[in-house]
Design a protein around this ligand. Structure first.
Ligand code: SF4
Length: 361
């Protein structure tokens, strides 16, 4: 039985057809990196993200003309909720709302006069569009920076709550807060502070995490630590890579903590040692590859273990697994050996058993 973190209670924010908050599964976001004026290319990337399991897609909307892309995406039936990333210009926020955007990311303290804030809050309220307040080390207000002297976790948290207050003044509470930093410890602490101070859903991410293993690790530690504490309602892994890789990484983080809302196959495989009796590493690689093409309808745990001495026992939770012996392997389920299979057919046999499990009630 998989245990899950107890999530922090939050209010629920509706973003298009999707809910963000403790009452809903944790959603995965990413952001397009296409030219926002190129509706066709952006459409293709949004579709690819949706197919990869991305549940909210953010677009940079740098000017009024790019709001036309929102119209076009909506016109072509894009179902995944779209978020417009807007900086400073309240007129773009109003135009994005008119164009049918599902959520906007804007910091109300950066859009000028009270009148501008009121206009954005009112338009969003009328159209049921929530606002994400997005704080990072570079976005801090001068008065907050003066008070703390540096972008400390306390300073970031205070800034987020300051922006929320500006909206609350106009009875606007459909708010999601994100506090990001490239400093993982700072991001973790700032989110803890805000999580304790309000009930707005939290969008988690480590900004400028970089690429490759380090980008993944920073994100996994930052996002993962908070999720384990029950904080966080939607996540974006920011990688210097294709947005599709961000979705894959976010799915992996949620799976690791038992918070994925989608079925998947969890492969557990041993690290190999002097007792290993089969060529385990290529077997795992092949299995991984072949499982990509399988439609997964339920959560399964599949084990690939190097020896029968420890394999079936160590992987007793596996629905199906193999453990290496000399020239062959034993096939086991929940620790019990079912039969022996030749080393040559290992992956075929395993795939066949996985298919049977997926098709069974
Ligand atoms: S399962 Fe067997 S081969 Fe694999 S690490 Fe453990 S003892 Fe070694």
């Amino acid at each position: 039985m998989e245990s899950q973190p107890i999530r922090r209670q939050t209010r629920t924010v509706q973003v298009g057809s999707l809910k963000i908050g403790a009452a809903a599964p944790i959603s995965i976001q990413s952001m397009t990196n296409t030219d926002p004026h190129d509706a066709e290319t952006t459409y293709r990337q949004v579709k690819a993200l949706e197919e990869a399991g991305c549940e909210i897609v953010r677009l940079a909307i740098p000017d009024l003309i790019s709001c036309d892309t929102i119209y076009r995406l909506k016109e072509r039936g894009i179902a995944v909720p779209l978020v417009a990333d807007i900086h400073f210009d309240y007129r773009i926020a109003l135009a994005a709302v008119e164009a049918g955007i599902d959520k906007i990311r804007i910091n109300p303290g950066n859009i000028g006069s009270e009148e501008h804030i009121r206009a954005v809050a009112k338009a969003c309220q009328t159209h049921g569009v929530p606002i994400r307040i997005g704080i990072n080390s570079g976005s801090l207000e001068k008065h907050i920076l003066r008070k703390y002297g540096a972008p400390t976790p306390q300073a970031l948290a205070e800034s987020a709550l300051y922006h929320a207050k500006l909206l609350e003044k106009y009875d606007f509470t459909d708010i999601v807060i994100s506090i990001k930093s490239s400093n993982v410890l700072c991001m973790i602490e700032a989110n803890r502070i805000v999580g304790a101070a309000c009930d707005y859903p939290l969008h988690l991410g480590v900004t400028e995490a970089g690429r490759g293993d380090m980008g993944l690790l920073k994100s996994a530690i930052g996002i993962g630590t908070l999720l384990c504490e029950g904080l966080g309602d939607t996540v974006r892994v920011s990688l210097t890579d294709s947005p599709l890789e961000e979705v894959k990484a976010a799915q992996a983080i949620l799976r690791t903590i038992g918070l994925s809302s989608r079925p998947y196959i969890d492969i557990i495989s041993c690290p190999t040692c002097g007792r290993t009796k089969i060529d385990l590493i290529p077997i795992c690689e092949e299995l991984d590859k072949r499982l990509q093409g399988i439609s997964v309808t339920k959560k399964l745990t599949v084990a690939v273990m190097g020896c029968v001495v420890n394999g079936p026992g160590e992987a007793a939770q596996a629905d199906i697994g193999i453990a290496g012996a000399v020239g062959e392997a034993v096939l086991f389920s929940h620790g019990k050996i079912i039969r022996r299979v030749s080393e040559k057919n290992l992956v075929d046999e395993l795939i066949c058993e996985i298919q049977k499990l997926l098709e069974s009630e």
